[in-house]
Ligand binder design. Structure first.
Ligand SMILES: Nc1nc2c(ncn2[C@@H]2O[C@H](COP(=O)(O)OP(=O)(O)OP(=O)(O)O)[C@@H](O)[C@H]2O)c(=O)[nH]1
Ligand SMILES: [Mg+2]
Length: 399
């Protein structure tokens, strides 16, 4: 299952973000280090289903379809707050980062209101500037990977002296095996850091660091959730942050608002869809005020709470994934048990149909691959065909 990690300094709203997306009730509190053990849960990414287009009633297995929208489950991991020098063991240290190793991408939750300092302590609004937070968190991640790799290299230095640079990818793959990386990602980072022609044993610290930086940016990409956007001091900071991190995706979010709205929806108090609220039953003064606050400070200003958008942007904007619907019977759109449009998978946008067959359906199907069929166009596709968003695919193999 696809995995997203939530990272940020203490008290920035990570667990609230997590609770809103998973509807769990992990502990939230207005002080640092509330979360110690990681929280894990299931959130959903929306994809426009193909059931309406093909005019069929589907029986999804790996996802849920509501009114033509597929809800594809992804795993969400919320970890403890990260402080400067965590890599040296400050705060709760960096042990918990091990949970982030498996993530496809990271949502970096920043308290953009500036009402908590870099350690998550509550401060007077306007006395702390959150602008450097994304950099600080990225640097901690970088130091963590860097130290891991440096240790591995040092342990092995004698042995790897005699290897040449052609073997760089293999050695690095072994050293970094815990980070669930693809060979291609390592090879690309080598090129970007201009180290593909220098053997690992001869890398300077600076070069190891540069390599790790490129590797992180491409294999654990992050977007920034400018959280607590509802507070009065947030907008100005958010604007400056957008200026500073031009190359990154920044989404204004209010995790607390999203959580409140989802709960109100669950209690059938409101209808809540695409950033619009409709009150369904008698509510008391306090509830009315809370809804008005969200309406005025979040929905009217930013169009939505940004929380679901941030999750989906990870897959469709940051990672550029596509959603693919495989079927076994191209006429009935079923699997072998007769389920109509049973599955939808989120896959990297540079994936060819043969790799998709082996990695997502069955290794055998990739091994004995003959061709695929684009069910929509009723066209044969060769193994090199690169999958597109909302493709419906049948794989034909010789076995
Ligand atoms: N105003 C406002 N407050 C928020 C928002 N999101 C979270 N909070 C509050 O921020 C405080 C910290 O929230 P948590 O979710 O516990 O933060 P955390 O980042 O998980 O904190 P640690 O686990 O201690 O690192 C709580 O009081 C939340 O209610 C938001 O969007 N707006
Ligand atoms: Mg927390």
């Amino acid at each position: 299952m696809p995995i997203i990690g939530i990272l940020g300094k203490p008290n920035s709203g990570k667990t609230t973000f997590f609770n809103a997306l998973t509807m769990q009730s992990a502990k939230v509190a207005p002080y640092p280090f509330t979360t110690i053990e990681p929280n894990k849960g299931i959130a959903y990414v929306r994809v426009e289903c193909v059931c309406k287009e093909f005019n069929v009633k589907d029986n999804p297995r790996n996802s849920v379809c509501v009114d033509g929208i597929r809800y594809v489950p992804v795993e969400l991991i919320d970890v403890a707050g990260l402080v400067q020098d965590a890599w040296k063991g400050r705060g709760l240290g960096n042990k918990f980062l091990d949970e982030i190793r498996k993530a496809d991408a990271i949502i970096l939750v920043v308290d953009v209101s500036g009402t908590t300092d870099s350690e998550g302590r509550i401060v007077k609004p306007g006395t702390y500037d959150p602008i450097n937070e994304p950099e600080m968190i990225f640097n901690e991640l970088l130091m963590w990977v860097f130290n891991n790799l440096k240790e591995e290299i040092e342990k092995d230095l004698r042995k790897i002296q005699r290897l040449d640079y052609n073997e760089n990818v293999q050695i690095l793959e072994r050293y970094l095996s815990g980070f669930s990386l693809k060979r291609k990602q390592i090879a690309n980072a080598l090129i970007k850091s201009r180290l593909e022609k220098k053997k690992v044993a001869e890398w300077s610290e600076e070069e190891i660091r540069n390599f790790c930086k490129e590797l992180l940016l491409s294999s654990k990409p992050f977007l920034i959730a400018a959280n607590k956007i509802d507070l009065p001091t947030s907008n100005e900071n958010y604007k400056r942050m957008k200026e500073k991190y031009k190359d990154f995706i920044i989404i204004p979010t209010s995790a607390e608002s999203e959580l409140a709205l989802r709960k109100a929806k669950e209690n059938k108090m409101i209808e809540y869809n695409d950033g619009k609220i409709r009150i369904l039953k008698e509510i008391d003064e306090k509830q009315r005020k809370a809804l008005e606050y969200i309406q005025k400070n979040v929905l009217e200003k930013y169009g939505s709470t940004g929380v679901q958008e941030a999750l989906e942007a990870c897959y469709f904007k940051l990672l550029n994934y596509v959603a693919v619907f495989p079927v076994e019977d191209q006429n009935k759109l079923t699997d072998h048990e007769g389920n109509v449009l049973p599955d939808v998978f989120l896959v990297p946008s540079d994936m060819n149909v043969r790799d998709f067959a082996s990695e997502y359906i069955h290794t055998e199907l990739g091994k004995y691959f003959l061709y695929a069929i684009d069910v929509r166009k009723k066209q044969k596709l060769g193994e090199d065909y690169i999958l597109k968003h909302r493709d419906v695919i049948k794989i034909v193999s010789s076995k």
